[in-house]
Design a protein around this ligand. Structure first.
Ligand SMILES: Nc1ncnc2c1ncn2[C@@H]1O[C@H](COP(=O)(O)OP(=O)(O)OP(=O)(O)O)[C@@H](O)[C@H]1O
Ligand SMILES: [Mg+2]
Length: 323
């Protein structure tokens, strides 16, 4: 498979001192939905602006559809749909006039524009506001209009910078639903700092911290890593003896007491899950405790993300020497 997006040692340094993107080697395969995940200031927008050729890299190369992206690559940009974070649209225009204008920019014929904008307005659920001025729109409506505008040219690649930013839970859900419904052949790069959003819609994920890609791979692998190596237990009885013996189980890395009767156990990532759970259950029986609940802790997804970042920070120097 050919990568649709490829960067080689991509680096951006602002004002000769701030390394916003650090030696990034990113590959996004055709047809994948790739989530670029990272905390505020991680460098997501700076990466995206370089992918689009809107700013020049300090070093390194961006290739889109196998061709080098430069500020003059309008032939490549024609095939990309882009939605920026918190987009602004002309307040006096309406979805119809705005999408028609975008269609003209892409040199679509009048009939093509009309059919495309009417189907898009319907699919982003703006039919009832199709001729209302944008100035009266909510953030969710603006985002949906932005998605429609980004898709006007039937792009082969869609790049969305924090499309769920500023949305309430209902707006977030409808935006994610929309993205899920998109043509499965399309390649999408979507940035976010919300792991659960990425987890829901993406096939692949890249975690960015301080401009560096610290994890990249299929979301399934990430989920395996996150979910299989942590379990949350709720117990009843004398916890102390149990806790004392817990760490002696082979494969248990550590545990956290979350409350008087709840704790979270972390196993070595590649340990056989069933064996680990059985060993813990045996210990519960041996210690005469009652098991109230056991589950792989979903809330630890955020923790795992933070842990990866911490791990990266503690490895910082070692990695610098290795690279
Ligand atoms: N034009 C610029 N000039 C100087 N510094 C910049 C510029 N653009 C971004 N930065 C800095 O580069 C770093 C990365 O910023 P960037 O906007 O790419 O992060 P981000 O991951 O998109 O963050 P957010 O989640 O807040 O959108 C930040 O420290 C930011 O202050
Ligand atoms: Mg950003």
């Amino acid at each position: 498979m050919n990568p649709v997006i490829e960067t080689e040692n991509l680096t951006k340094i602002f004002a000769d001192k701030l390394i916003a993107v650090n030696n990034l080697n990113l590959e996004v395969e055709e047809g994948s939905i790739y989530g670029l995940l990272g905390p505020n200031g991680a460098g997501k927008t700076t990466i995206i602006r370089q992918l689009l050729g809107l700013i020049n890299p300090t070093a390194g190369v961006v290739k889109i559809f196998g061709e080098r992206m430069t500020p003059n690559s309008s032939n490549l940009r024609e095939r990309i749909g882009y939605l920026s974070t918190n987009p602004k649209f002309p307040p006096k225009m309406t979805p119809i006039t705005y999408l028609n204008f975008i269609g003209k920019l892409f040199c679509l014929s009048k009939s093509e524009r009309t059919s495309r904008l009417s189907s898009l307005i319907r699919s982003v659920d703006l039919l009832h506001s199709a001729s209302h001025q944008i100035k009266d729109f909510s953030t969710g409506m603006i985002t949906r209009l932005g998605l429609a505008a980004a898709m006007m040219n039937r792009p082969d690649l869609l790049i969305l910078d924090e499309p769920t930013s500023g949305l309430d839970p209902v707006g977030r859900k409808s935006t994610l639903d929309l993205l899920e419904e998109l043509d499965s052949k399309k390649t999408i790069l979507v940035s976010s700092h919300i792991l659960s959003d990425i987890e829901r819609i993406c096939t692949h994920v890249g975690i960015i911290n301080e401009g560096k890609l610290i994890y990249s791979g299929p979301i399934k692998e990430m989920k395996k890593y996150i979910q299989s190596n942590r379990f949350r237990l709720e117990l009843e009885g004398d916890m102390d003896a149990f806790c004392n013996r817990l760490v002696s189980i082979e494969g248990v890395v550590d545990f956290k007491r979350l409350g008087e009767f709840t704790l979270e156990i972390r196993f070595v990532s590649d340990s056989p899950v069933l064996k680990m759970v059985l060993a813990v259950l045996n210990l519960i029986v041996e210690c005469g405790l009652d098991l109230i609940s056991i589950n792989s802790s979903i809330s630890s997804i955020e923790d795992a993300f933070l842990e990866l970042i911490e791990e990266e920070e503690s490895l910082g120097f070692t990695r610098a020497f290795k690279n």
